[in-house]
Design a protein around this ligand. Structure first.
Ligand code: SDX
Length: 431
């Protein structure tokens, strides 16, 4: 195995560390014994150069704009698969055959309803609560309906209960958060509907009459869920896994993931993109806001631009832009101006030296908000839809981690820059 040598100038000692190769992507230096050998920590705030684990689920090439799920390109999956099939792939490692897919869908269908007592949690929230606050609370509450004393989540059966209940119930919980914000009655799932159609049904039907979404809307939501399903060790997935590394209840871990996704630098960006486009208003103002985005003294950023890993195009943004055009032409031309403004903003930003130099391209959030708006959802629900989609990524990565023999509790160290030891001063002697 190739090794890397590190010389400590303080004692002129050289340390060797193994280089480990993955199946594709950058090699890693195995630094698990670095502190033990050198007495020093490795310093990498924000984990810009840190591989926190090994995984077989998702591969991203930030330079080439490649995203693979279990080896399949995201473009192929978006074009040829549906969300339940991608869920099966992420969870089990291969695409299902017809029987496997039908059985998996049947399992999810049998668990879409919530325990009736969970419905009471909603009434504890203010009606004007952000739906993400509600979803964090309800998902966390699910851990009390699936307690560890009944479910052994380290066993295969226990893991599968957590996986299937979360995938089946997230759309129901999310739709109920939306209905609660409207003051409308909750709509129960219908077993005869597909995953995405059922989700739209629970979001938009009322007891006064069924809502039957167009195929274009069902497809658009399904593609959106596929494109947001998993993304390697992003902030919210890492949150779920760090929580899970202590052996915490998987429902509580996913609630922590929902909380992390909520931030505007992460999953909250799709809501901020629409707010930003509304702020820009029209094409004449674009240059003014690009100037603000480049001004270090100005906190304004172009929401939906930039990415920690993609230093070229986010392949999901490519696919989403295509569906955006197709969907708006079919169902919602009055959002065309928003799409036109987004396209113009993208065109101008990508010809600006600042964005080219800093490799800031549109990311998955740049177009998703426009599609969600065209589906008839308010901005406050955009990140909730992202959370529904990402649940499969969170729980797949949690399941993979729990299944690893060497799974240890995640416990990073720090560079301490505070006060050195000093004596206590009695309050009467303090100035
Ligand atoms: C998601 O990790 C994932 O995989 C996330 C995600 C997933 O599927 O899970 O892909 C989903 O979260 C997508 C990202 C959504 N967020 C946004 O669109 C918010 C706007 N983007 C930025 O906040 C930022 O680009 C991040 C948070 C996405 C990435 O931040 P980094 O990698 O920590 O980069 P950085 O903030 O250090 O920026 C590098 C430079 C900085 O300038 P300098 O300090 O070097 O001079 O680029 C600038 C930044 O100021 N910059 C921007 C910018 N993004 C970065 N300048 C203007 N507008 C922006 N959007």
């Amino acid at each position: 195995m190739k090794k890397i040598k590190i010389l400590n100038p303080d004692n002129n000692k050289t340390y060797n560390f193994n280089i480990i190769k993955g199946s594709c992507g950058p090699d890693v230096v195995d630094l698990t014994s670095f502190y033990e050998k050198t007495g020093m920590f490795v310093y990498d705030p924000g984990f810009t150069s840190t591989a926190s684990c090994s995984s077989e689920i998702t591969y991203i090439d930030g330079e080439k704009g490649i995203l693979l799920h279990r080896g399949y390109e995201i473009e192929e999956l978006a074009e040829n698969s549906d969300y339940p099939e991608v869920c099966y792939l992420l969870l089990n490692g291969d695409l299902p055959n017809k029987n496997e897919k039908d059985k998996f869908i049947q399992t999810l269908t049998n668990h879409t309803m919530l325990h009736e007592q969970i419905l009471r949690f909603y009434s504890g929230f203010r009606r004007d609560s952000h739906p993400m606050a509600v979803v964090v609370g309800i998902v966390g509450a699910l851990s009390s309906f699936y307690p560890e004393k009944i479910y052994d989540f380290s066993s295969n059966e226990g893991k599968w209960v957590a996986v299937t209940r979360l995938l089946a119930k997230l759309p129901t919980m999310a739709a109920m958060a939306y209905k609660y914000s409207l003051g409308q009655p909750f709509i129960y799932p219908k077993n005869e509907l597909s995953y995405s159609e059922n989700f739209l049904h629970m979001l938009f039907s009322t007891p006064c009459g069924d809502y039957s979404p167009s195929k274009a809307k069902i497809d658009a939501l399904d593609k959106l869920l596929i494109l947001h399903a998993d993304h390697e060790q992003n902030a919210s997935t890492s949150t779920v896994k760090i929580a899970g590394s202590s052996g915490a209840n998987p429902f509580a871990c996913v609630a922590a993931g929902v909380a992390s996704l909520w931030g505007p630098a992460h999953g909250g960006a799709n809501e901020s993109v629409i707010q930003m486009l509304r702020l820009i208003g029209n094409e004449n103002n674009i240059n003014k806001y690009i100037k603000k985005a480049k001004d270090k003294k100005d906190s304004f950023r172009l929401m939906g631009f930039g990415h920690r890993v993609y230093k070229n195009y986010d392949p999901r943004a490519n696919v989403l832009r295509k569906y955006c055009h197709r969907l708006l032409n079919e169902i919602d031309n009055n959002n065309i101006p928003l799409l036109k403004l987004a396209n113009k903003l993208e065109e101008i930003a990508l010809s600006d030296d600042y964005f080219i130099k800093k490799k800031l391209y549109p990311n998955v959030d740049f177009y998703s908000g426009i599609i969600l708006k065209a589906l008839g959802l308010p901005e406050s629900m955009f990140t909730v839809i992202f959370a529904v989609a990402r649940t499969v990524g969170w729980i797949s990565q949690w399941k993979e981690m729990i299944g690893m023999e060497k799974s240890k509790i995640s416990r990073p160290r720090q560079l301490y820059t505070g006060k050195a030891k000093r004596d206590f001063i009695d309050i009467n002697d303090r100035k």
